[in-house]
Write a protein that binds this ligand. Structure first.
Ligand code: HEM
Ligand SMILES: *[C@@H]1O[C@H](CO)[C@@H](O)[C@H](O)[C@H]1NC(C)=O
Ligand SMILES: *[C@@H]1O[C@H](CO)[C@@H](O)[C@H](O)[C@H]1NC(C)=O
Ligand SMILES: *[C@@H]1O[C@H](CO)[C@@H](O)[C@H](O)[C@H]1NC(C)=O
Length: 317
């Protein structure tokens, strides 16, 4: 009796482990099927970032915008057609998301060595990591084995990618909806240590908020006037825009966050202490950022026989 029930328990544990394993990603996924996949991706990323530093930021952001919409399934790479509206024209992406040509170059390079093996979703995740490393930031082990969606969602791209107008509680709930903690949200926001934002993304903060350093606001206003100039760019981290460091958090301590959402992380609320800690310890930020990128990369991947391995990242097979 006792032994039959313990048999049943271990059988159940065994089944649960199998089910979990099939939905799990692995860092060695392409080791036998495409051993040169990672070095090929890295080499294209290095070339692209050497040519234009900002491309590293754009590739990193692609993973965020992929994973927050239907999970990490490369849904954000699908082009619109006459009969299909994808995510590229949704508000957070329209005239803003970039790096699609670099993803295409990577995809054709890996297709030429291992056709039909490496997913677009995994390419995004590896390119994001390699971009951060190229710009002097931390490295982390990328989990692999995601497959690509055959669908995309314009409406989820609009609703689930957080807007820069959100307050701290809005930011916390937007990440929590994706299974990410407040701590991970604060760490991932450190991605804004690189890259650029359009005047339209921070104009309201520039002219209407009081928790912005006067000198900082003044210096931004000529490139971002009250009317017009909406597409003009300013760096998210003025101090070191092409270097992945902890300057983003130091800026927040002196009210020099560019976006409303950035400054929300240090505005008298529950996340102030974490911002202070990252501003003084780049090593703590680095390791928390890498762990949080792995968590973000685990959001609802397609595995097993779900989805497909696209031949061209811009369209379904
Ligand atoms: C916390 C909530 C977040 C909000 C509200 C937010 C919002 C924004 C906005 C409004 C821009 C500027 C877009 C433009 O003006 O064209 C931007 C840029 C950027 N975001 Fe975020 N973001 C958030 C989190 C993240 C995360 C988690 C990552 C990556 C891990 C990320 C990476 C980037 C990068 C690298 C850029 C610069 C892109 C470039 O220069 O091409 N952001 N973000
Ligand atoms: C995307 O931007 C283009 C060019 O600015 C604009 O014409 C178009 O209406 C925008 N699309 C959506 C869905 O807002
Ligand atoms: C944050 O924004 C939401 C939605 O706009 C609002 O309901 C809430 O009161 C705001 N919270 C704080 C603390 O300002
Ligand atoms: C500043 O706030 C006022 C009142 O809410 C609004 O009418 C105006 O458009 C805002 N200015 C900017 C640049 O967003």
């Amino acid at each position: 009796m006792a032994s039959s029930s313990s048999y049943r328990i271990s059988f159940c544990v065994f089944v649960v482990l199998i089910v979990m394993a099939s939905a799990q990603l692995s860092s060695t996924y392409y080791d036998t099927s495409c051993p040169k996949a990672l070095s090929t991706i890295k080499s294209v990323v290095h070339t692209a970032v050497a040519k234009e530093s900002r491309m590293g930021a754009s590739l990193l952001r692609l993973q965020f915008h992929d994973c927050f919409v239907q999970g990490c399934d490369a849904s954000n790479l699908l082009d619109d057609t006459s009969s299909f509206t994808g995510e590229k024209t949704a508000a957070p992406n329209n005239n803003s998301a970039r790096g699609f040509d670099v993803i295409d170059t990577i995809k054709s390079s890996v297709e030429s060595i291992c056709p039909g093996v490496v997913s677009c979703a995994d390419i995004i995740a590896v390119a994001a990591r390699d971009s951060v490393v190229c710009l002097g930031g931390p490295s982390w082990t990328v989990q692999l084995g995601r497959r690509d969606s055959t669908t995309a969602s314009f409406s989820l791209a609009n609703s689930d990618i957080p807007a820069p107008s959100l307050n701290l509680s809005g930011l916390i709930s937007s990440f929590s909806k994706k299974g990410l903690t407040t701590k991970e949200m604060v760490a991932l926001s450190g991605a804004h240590t690189i890259g650029q934002a359009k005047c339209s993304s921070f104009k309201a903060r520039l002219y209407n908020e009081s928790n912005i350093a006067t000198s900082f606001a003044t210096s931004l206003k000529s490139n971002c006037p009250t009317t017009g100039g909406d597409d003009n760019l300013s760096p998210l981290d003025t101090t070191s825009p092409n270097y992945f460091d902890n300057a983003y958090y130091k800026n927040l301590l002196s009210n020099k966050g560019l976006l409303h959402s950035d400054q929300q992380l240090y505005s008298g609320g529950s996340t102030d202490s974490q911002v202070t800690s990252y501003s003084t310890s780049s090593s703590t930020f680095s390791s928390d950022f890498g762990s949080a990128m792995v968590s973000m990369g685990n959001i609802s991947p397609l595995t097993g026989t779900s989805g497909e391995i696209r031949t061209n990242c811009r369209k379904t097979n």
